[in-house]
Every structure is written in C-alpha cells, then in structure tokens.
Design a protein around this ligand. Structure first.
Ligand code: MD3
Ligand code: FE
Length: 219
C-alpha cells in the first residue's frame, strides 16, 4: 500500500477545486485551462514587443526572475527603487496593451473569487526558470489596496510561500500548477508571500519555465 502526500507537485487532479488560503484569498485550481489557447499566443505578441529581462533590485542584486509587463502601467525595479511606469525602460515605448484574453480571464477570475468590477491596468509577467525564486515580500507599490490581485500560473509548478502580515510570520508552502489562478484582496491584500526556488522540470507548453501573470490595479 502506498501513502500519497496531501499535495504533490506532480498532481494534476485538482482542477475545478478551490484552495482557500485566507478569508479573502483563494486559489481557483485549473481556472485558466480553458483560456490557455488564447493566452499563449497573446503572450508571444507581448514578449516580441517587450522581451523578458532581469531587473536589478534597489539593493543592487540581479533578480533571478525575468519579467515584462503589459497594460498602461508596468512594474519596474532599478537601484533607485520599485515603481510603476507607463514606459518600458529598455525601449522607451509604452508597455504593450493588455490583450483582450488577459482582461477576460482576470475579470472572470476576480468575480469567481468574490471581487466584482475588477479592471486591472497592470499585468506583470514573471518567468521562472529552474532555480529562480522570489523572496518574501508584500505588494505595496499600488495606489489602491482595496482592489484585489489576480495571479495566473502557467508551465512548470512551484511552491508559493504564503505568509502573514508580519515578515517573521511562518509561511505555508502552497503548490501552484499550470492553469491555477489565485485571487486575493481585502484583509489578505498585504500578506507576505514569495516563491520557493523552482526545481528542474519541463512542461509541454512552456519548456523549462513557469510563467506567472499578476493583474493589478496600480494607478
Ligand atoms: C497571494 N509574484 O510578482 S503572485 C509578485 O508567482 C509576486 O510570480 C509571485 O509575488 C509569482 O509580486 C506570486 C502569486 C500569488 C499566488 C497566490 C496567492 C499570490 C497570492 C494567494 C493568496 C495571496
Ligand atoms: Fe508579490
């Protein structure tokens, strides 16, 4: 007889279920799967105009995650700090517009997660290759903490680190799989969170990468 762990990174049988992480934080398992055939070509168009790049933190460290943006505002980092900017600092051009399939998914997921009338103006797109990670942080560069955040995971799995309202609070490890969508806001909006270093893996769509879209109301 074998004993199965409660969560295994190779499991794909959770689609259609919801994982509640807090009073106003929810993972909608597999919610993005019916959207992937529209999201993926739209992502390729975005990254032709605004390629993935590794930014530098205000502390001078190169981020292991590569990123780009679409929408009227894009999240950027350099030695002067973190900020939202209307222009891609590499090209000097506006970020690509939020593709219609991105907006559709973000709004559908927000509604399903209990947040009606979410209109994001920013989509940060993170690319994690094996070994990449994101240390514990809060998302607090946005103007309006009342709006929720919607996050979409594609490609190889990762353990999301779900902490508390203080940096020192113990973080829970939550696996996120291809197609999972997280929605959080309200009392959970300022929870510390991060991503554990990705293990070596490949996915048929993305190869050796995890892509995460994070939709926000930034301006
Ligand atoms: C919060 N990105 O870009 S968002 C960031 O996967 C960032 O790329 C991470 O944190 C990433 O600022 C995490 C994902 C996420 C997923 C589920 C959540 C955040 C969540 C559930 C509840 C609260
Ligand atoms: Fe974050």
């Amino acid at each position: 007889m074998s004993t199965a762990p409660l969560f295994d990174l190779d499991d794909h049988h959770l689609a259609g279920t919801e994982t509640r992480l807090g009073p106003q934080a929810l993972v909608l398992r597999g919610f993005a799967l019916p959207h992937v055939e529209r999201l993926w070509p739209a992502l390729q168009t975005v990254i032709e105009q605004a390629p993935f790049r590794h930014m530098v933190t205000p502390g001078g460290q190169r981020m292991s995650v590569a990123l780009t943006n679409c929408g009227t505002l894009g999240w950027t980092s350099d030695t002067r700090g973190y900020r939202y900017s209307a222009l891609d600092p590499d090209s000097g051009l506006p970020w690509p517009a939020l593709p219609a399939p991105f907006m559709q998914l973000a709004q559908d997921a927000a509604r399903q997660g209990g947040f009606a009338d979410f209109t994001p103006d920013a989509c940060l797109i993170n690319r994690y290759q094996p070994g990449a990670r994101m240390s514990l942080h809060q998302d607090r560069n946005e103007r309006d903490f009342l709006a929720p955040i919607v996050s979409v995971s594609l490609g190889i799995p990762a353990f999301f680190l779900w902490g508390g309202l203080r940096r020192a609070d113990r973080a829970e490890r939550v696996p996120l799989f291809h197609g999972d969508v997280a929605v959080w806001g309200g009392v959970d909006r300022l929870r510390f969170h991060g991503v554990a270093p990705l293990k070596e893996d490949t996915h048929p769509l993305s190869g050796a990468a995890r892509i995460n879209f994070t939709f926000r109301r930034a301006g």
